[in-house]
Design a protein around this ligand. Structure first.
Ligand SMILES: [Zn+2]
Length: 296
């Protein structure tokens, strides 16, 4: 997979899936990036995956789906704001979507999995105008009621207030609350079923995409970097808001992916951010295809 490849396309039944590279963010490994593992253990996991010690790279990979006649985007990356935050290593979803042949103005629907910055910021351009002016914006109802509640913002730790402000800037200032809320169990679009995978955030959602006999599980952030959190499903990422629930969700989802032999499309795996899951004792591996050698 060349590093210059900005999109990757495949089919699930009649649905065309395009994984679109938003970019990545590299930063010094924080002491408590994994809250219940030592930095030495995290470094050992990075090394055994042939990654550099003391450095973390997070990858961002939103999707575009063609379902029937409709063009659907799932999550949006870091947007223009992210270009500045990352010295230009992330925030390229819109440009790369165009490179894949999809005009943002022709997007009919944007489906948001949860309200963390890296999933919603790409809804807005540098002037806080909508990047997808003709799209219906679908959001998880549970996520909406949490983040749009001012008392939750007041109760949040200082470090989390910025996340609330970003949510309000996009959904209140820009979109004037013109969104369509969906519930877990709803078919958000034909063949795209919303699945409860809470823990990472209160309303965190994954999707089962079904077309004919073919299925794909779009996990969103059930795990972040596979070298750490697929290999060590008991590890709690610093940004999991309810870490115990996120761990239970991770186990439930990954056991399901193994038993149903499903392809998983993630948001934070390295591009193209997909694979098949194999059980390895109490842990898991990611394989590029059924029966192939593990990549993570
Ligand atoms: Zn994320």
């Amino acid at each position: 997979m060349s590093n210059s490849e900005v999109f990757h396309r495949y089919h699930v039944g009649d649905v065309e899936v395009t994984v679109v590279r938003d970019g990545h963010r590299t930063f010094p490994l924080p002491d408590h990036f994994v809250v219940n593992a030592t930095k030495d253990d995290v470094n050992a996991a990075l090394e055994s995956a042939s990654l550099l010690r003391d450095e973390m790279t997070i990858h961002f990979n939103p999707l575009a789906l063609k379902i029937g006649g409709k063009t659907v985007v799932v999550d949006t990356g870091l947007g223009e704001a992210g270009k500045a935050m990352t010295n230009g290593t992330a925030g390229h979803f819109t440009d790369n979507l165009k490179a894949s042949g999809i005009d943002p103005k022709q997007v009919d629907a944007v489906v948001i999995s949860h309200f963390h910055f890296d999933h919603i910021a790409g809804l807005a351009d540098a002037q806080n105008r909508s990047v997808f002016p003709n799209a219906e914006i679908f959001v998880p109802a549970t996520e909406w009621s949490f983040w749009m509640d001012q008392s939750e913002r007041s109760n949040a730790p200082e470090g989390r207030r910025d996340a609330f402000d970003a949510v309000w800037r996009i959904f209140d200032d820009m979109l004037k609350r013109k969104v369509t809320q969906y519930n877990w169990g709803d078919e958000v679009l034909p063949g795209l079923l919303a699945a409860e995978t809470a823990g990472h955030t209160p309303g965190h959602t994954s999707f089962m995409l079904t077309s004919g006999a073919d299925r794909l599980f779009i996990q969103s952030d059930v795990t972040n970097h596979p070298a750490l959190f697929v290999r060590n499903p008991t590890w709690h990422a610093a940004f999991d808001m309810d870490a115990e629930r996120a761990e239970r969700t991770r186990r439930r989802v990954y056991d399901m992916l193994v038993s149903e032999k499903l392809k998983v499309q993630a948001f934070h795996y390295p591009f193209p951010s997909s694979g098949y899951i194999e059980k390895d004792g109490d842990r898991y591996h990611v394989l590029p295809g059924p029966g192939l050698k593990p990549i993570w």
